[in-house]
Design a protein around this ligand. Sequence first.
Ligand code: ATP
Ligand code: MG
Length: 393
Amino acid sequence: MDVKKVLLVKYGEISLRKGNRAHFEHRLLDAIRARVSGLGGAGVISVRREQGRFLVENTEGDLDVAAVLPRIRHIFGITGFCHAVKTTARDIASLCEIGRDFFVGQGFDDVTFKVETKRSDKKYPMTSTEISMEIGALIFDEGFAVDLHKPDKVLWVEIRNDVYFYIDSEKGVGGLPYGSSGKGILLLSGGFDSPVAGYLMARRGVEIIAVYFHSPPFVSERAEDKVRDLAAELAKYTGSVKLYSVPFTEIQLFLKEQVSEVKLTIFLKRAMLHIASRLAEQEKALCLVTGDSVGQVASQTVHSLAAVDTAAALPVLRPLAAMDKQAIIDIAQEIGTYDISIRPYEDCCTVFVAKHPENKPNKGAIEGIEARFAGELARLVGEALGSAEIYSV
Ligand code: ATP
Ligand code: MG
């Protein structure tokens, strides 16, 4: 009897978006294939679509699930994984034995169960209930009690071209396939917020190009290392991340001369958006992404955000806008960026700026001031962008 371990991969939301469905499925298939190739040992790992889900199997026997799962667990768009066995056997006697052996082989201790059969092959000569009862009887004989209403465990049996058995399913990260929603420029600093913002947008399918504004010698080189480590952590989910490290010191010194201390943060933020907008044009990105959260600090009041935003040539997405600090930290911990963000290094925006910056800047006034030195600023922006370091993480 041929029985082999396989993985069934479920994807959710993409089936809602009918027009794009095939496109999304292909992206997801490509992402999975890219990450499992070479893990097949003597065989080849095949990943294909089968009636609304993906089947991952080794052409030569059991799939090494312990090796495959860590590679694909973080792929956006996947809603769940079922550790299953697959057989080409179809006669009920064989199915009963396979079902029983699979259930008993889980090593459960004193659990109640039921068998639930789904039959997409309507030509199969028994009904779903009959199949469930036959298989259930053999498991019952092994000493497990049946509970049809609130079982501890459900053995699922799916009769398709082949027959599949599985018990629990493990949750995936959900979201939409990476890159299916266009590109965005993520302003990535070393703090807690921006990596979480990048993660949340990537999870909605936005391909992330990261930009970090670096101000040596006011911040140490290790601040840049920290940002590269954060980008690497995001790459666990996205596959890779392109990171621009843009020298910001000259712009910072220039703005310090031009504007009052209480307004400096606003102008620094505007300069960042100017640069990010130019980068978006180069990279054909459609939006900018920041880690601002309304009210967290003076530069993140709605007044400040309004005064900053007119510097952007594209929509600025702020997925953390409505979130409390603790909720952001919780996500940072969950996705693995917390331990990196917590390392102590200065951010450029804390150098030279006032302890109590203006928190209700007037948008029109800010634009009026910037107009006085816009030409020189544009020149510095171009220069900074021209001497950016590019890393592929
Ligand atoms: P974070 O925790 O992301 O550092 P923050 O709470 O320190 O944010 P701000 O310093 O006001 O808040 O920065 C707000 C947003 O501006 C950041 O989330 C980030 O998107 C962007 N930003 C700030 N400094 C930089 C920088 N040096 N390089 C790139 N982006 C930056
Ligand atoms: Mg910061």
